[in-house]
Design a protein around this ligand. Structure first.
Ligand code: OXD
Ligand code: MN
Length: 590
């Protein structure tokens, strides 16, 4: 008798009508064969799916150029389809599930004619982890197959884990016609199902990532008592004592999570180890502490700005080429060396470049070489700072959570919440300037609670309450911090150097976790006494430092108004406790 997985695959094949159904095994040989097909037969928009790059420079690497209209997540075409609209909440586009399925089924009908349907069994999380989840993705894109093998723990073990239970997360994907008018990313949280058509872009098409590990998983976490979050996981070891403090860090897309996850500390005596750069699944352990695992197995990071100076560990990761291939998507190409190039990789662009669409690049025309959201996809095993706990099935115990956003003004460099619920208030009201990771205008401040606005698969009012409920279950609460590396002066220049220097702030947080330094109480929370920050070797004036920490009443009055408007959308369902914190803020900032 056919298994539940086989039955589901047969149904999808009957709908999409491929020429062939192929179950991917994930061997090295097979990946090579698929890449070869992607270099000769399969096209993505106007381009061949893969182009081989110089393996002396970036081992085992390939360039992918996407269709020019398919370069970022498309939030306006992303839907959460719960039976009741209120359950999706004001933060999500909604469609009634039956109507949504009917609509996309018309697009899926026959969409794989002349193509191969690939079946990818994969785990999010280590197969031995009690927190891991088995999934099946179907796709007709070789780029997606290879990317999924880099980004997840794919392979036969998943089928064993599903066994006769038939419980697995289902993802049906087709690039369709790559037509933005026929592009939909549909989530059905009640059915553990994602249907995505019309895009091959990572966040829309690698269904294990945002679609499952955040949108569907956040709802699973809500039902089951855990959290799925848009967070870095990292360990900071004090080399003198050998003690490791584990941090989580939430930032909106393209705000430096990958750089933070593998930061090279500017201060001697510390080492940072990497567990994840994008997603954390967080459970309450038997000892009443929070434990985090990274459900992913690779990094899908923003290329522009990544260099030996900003993130040497990532450059090393990209050069290594172990395990699965390394992909570069929509970067430029140095035609003299056949190596990828992007803004910031070197100070001076090489003389002969093709831009991200494969056109000859002319410096005088003032256009970008790499698309600002061009990406790399690389297996985590290549990372020199990978933590030895990376595969630990139970995860690592968390002592501190940091939240950040991209704010030119208003928000100070670092601030600690008074306690867990106050931290939930501050995280729920976070704002950040938009970036190119999603289609739409960049640079506009929008509320992005917990950096989860585009990724929370249910009503955020319930999500905030769930955060407070998780806090109630903890015996030991991590400290919660808020950072803003992006404050600017009147001339638009960053006030804080960022990158490796961010470790100075992490060090202060470690001291706060250990209870070795006091802090000053402000209306926003606890802030450092400047003397407790280790600024050795940093050329920063006391005035700049003051500006980095200043709380301007007029800014915060505006901020409170914005927060009130954001909270107002949730109506009755909104937790009263958060409104009370907002009232306190309003009172205290004048
Ligand atoms: C990502 C994103 O790709 O947040 O991680 O957009
Ligand atoms: Mn992300």
């Amino acid at each position: 008798m056919a298994s539940a997985v086989e039955r589901w695959v047969e149904e999808q094949a009957a709908l999409t009508k491929p020429d062939k159904v192929y179950w991917v095994q994930g061997t090295e040989d097979e990946m090579r064969r698929l890449i070869a097909i992607g270099m000769t037969k399969e096209k993505t928009g106007p381009h061949q799916t893969f182009k081989e790059l110089n393996h002396q420079i970036f081992a085992n690497s390939y360039l992918h150029r996407s269709h020019p209209n398919d370069v970022a997540r498309t939030e306006q075409l992303t839907f959460v389809c719960t039976p009741a609209k209120e359950d999706a909440g004001p933060n999500n586009n909604w469609m009634e599930p039956k109507e949504a399925k009917q609509m996309v089924s018309t697009l899926f009908d026959g969409c794989m004619k002349g193509r191969t349907l690939y079946v990818i069994p994969y785990m999010m999380g280590h197969p031995d982890s009690p927190y891991a989840k088995p999934c099946i993705q179907i796709t007709d894109s070789i780029y997606v197959v290879v990317s999924m093998y880099i980004m997840t723990r794919a392979g036969k073990k998943t089928l064993e884990r599903i066994g006769p239970s038939g419980n697995f997360v289902k993802g049906l994907h087709s690039v369709g016609e790559l037509d933005p008018n026929k592009r939909y990313i549909m989530h059905f949280p009640q059915e553990d199902l994602v249907m995505s058509i019309g895009s091959g872009y990572g966040g829309n098409a690698l269904l294990g990532k945002k679609c499952f590990s955040l949108r569907i998983a956040s709802y699973q976490g809500y039902r089951e008592g855990w959290l799925a979050e848009h967070m870095v996981i990292m360990g900071v070891e004090d080399k003198k004592t050998g003690e490791i403090v584990y941090f989580l860090g939430a930032f909106p897309s393209a705000c430096g999570k990958t750089n933070l996850a593998m930061i090279d500390p500017i201060l001697d005596g510390y080492e940072v180890t990497t567990l994840g750069d994008d997603i954390a699944w967080i459970n309450v352990g038997p000892d009443g502490r929070l434990y985090a695992i990274n459900p992913e197995a690779g990094f899908f990071g923003v290329a522009p700005g990544t260099s030996d100076k900003t993130n040497p560990h990532m450059i090393e990761t990209l050069r290594a080429g172990k395990y699965y291939p390394t992909l570069f998507t929509n970067t430029g190409l140095d035609t003299d060396t056949n190596a990828p190039w992007w803004e910031g990789l070197t100070d001076v662009p090489p003389p002969h470049l093709l831009d991200w669409q494969g056109k000859s690049w002319d410096a005088a025309a003032g256009k970008v070489v790499a698309h600002p959201n061009s990406r790399f996809t690389v297996s985590a095993v290549n990372c020199p700072t990978l933590s030895k706990e990376f595969d630990n099935p139970t995860g690592v115990p968390i002592s501190a959570i940091l939240f950040g956003g991209r704010r030119s003004d208003t928000v100070p460099l670092v601030c600690e919440s008074f306690d867990w619920d106050h931290g939930v208030f501050k995280a729920s009201s976070l704002g950040s300037e938009t970036t190119t990771a999603a289609a739409g205008q960049a640079g506009i401040v929008r509320r992005d609670p917990m950096a989860m606005l585009p990724f929370c698969g249910y009503n955020m009012a319930d999500y905030f309450r769930h955060w407070m409920n998780v806090g109630d279950k903890l015996k030991t609460h991590p400290k919660i911090f808020f950072v803003n590396w992006f404050k600017k002066n009147a001339e638009g220049k960053f006030l804080w150097p960022g990158f490796r220097d961010n470790f100075r702030i992490i060090k202060w947080m470690m001291d706060r976790v250990k209870g070795t330094v006091p802090a000053q109480e402000t209306p926003l929370g606890f802030m450092p006494h400047h003397k407790d920050l280790n600024l050795a070797g940093l050329d920063i004036s006391p005035e700049v430092l003051d500006t980095l920490f200043e709380i301007k009443t007029e800014h915060w009055e505006k901020e409170a108004e914005d927060i009130e408007a954001f909270y107002g959308q949730f109506g009755e369902r909104f937790p009263e406790k958060l409104n009370n914190y907002l009232d306190d803020l309003k009172k205290n900032i004048v």
